[in-house]
Design a protein around this ligand. Structure first.
Ligand code: ADP
Length: 184
């Protein structure tokens, strides 16, 4: 399952590159505390955005695990970037709560800015070492809890780099939607 609807809002997952989401208002960056370029998602977004992104972000740094801040998109196809610092698995504890904070803070920030669409990478699952399946459960549970409260945000998109990561997320969405229907 790659798409679920709640309260008229869509949560979907696709395979792709977070730096190439042309139809999305805000892309979420798997940021570092200093909000500078790096590897993985941060590298891809900063490269595509150009140096103006790091310049704009510098005064907002450092951020804490779980925190989210917003900037312009500069050279990206998106008007905004929401920067989240995910937990380093096994170091920033409790990791699940901090990862949940990232998703909740990001979606609430988008809602407060009256954005219509947000695209997320799988935060913390790269260099920060969070196991993909556990991270997918945390992410989707958090977003499904937020969806009934949304007024402005209509589309939440998960962008997974590999087919394997996409399949993990599709299975997580399937099992969560089954869990919900079992409780009805
Ligand atoms: P973190 O430091 O939070 O672990 P990373 O950027 O290292 O963040 O990786 C987060 C996830 O994003 C990983 O699963 C990685 O495979 C994936 N990823 C890396 N580059 C991209 C990209 N350009 N688009 C989408 N996902 C990406």
């Amino acid at each position: 399952m790659n798409r679920i609807t709640r309260n008229g809002r869509i949560l979907e997952c696709i395979q792709g590159d977070i730096a190439r989401q042309t139809d999305i208002d805000a892309v979420v960056n798997a940021a570092n505390a200093q909000l500078q370029s790096g590897g993985g998602v941060a590298g891809a977004l900063h490269r595509a955005a150009g140096p103006g992104l790091a310049e704009e972000c510098a005064p907002m740094a450092p951020i804490r695990p779980g925190q989210a801040v917003i900037s312009g998109g500069h050279g990206l196809p998106n008007p905004h970037v929401i920067h989240c610092l995910g937990p380093v698995y096994g170091r920033d504890e409790p990791s699940d709560r901090l990862l949940e904070d990232c998703y909740r803070n990001a979606v609430r920030l988008a809602e407060s800015e009256r954005l219509r669409s947000v695209a997320f990478p799988a935060l913390s699952t790269g260099v920060f070492g969070y196991p993909m399946e556990d991270a997918a459960q945390v992410a989707f549970r958090t977003l499904l809890r937020e969806m009934p409260k949304l007024e402005h945000v209509e589309l939440l998109r998960f962008v997974l780099f590999s087919q394997t990561d996409l399949e993990v997320h599709e299975r997580a969405l399937e099992s969560l939607s089954k869990e919900e229907s079992d409780h009805e």
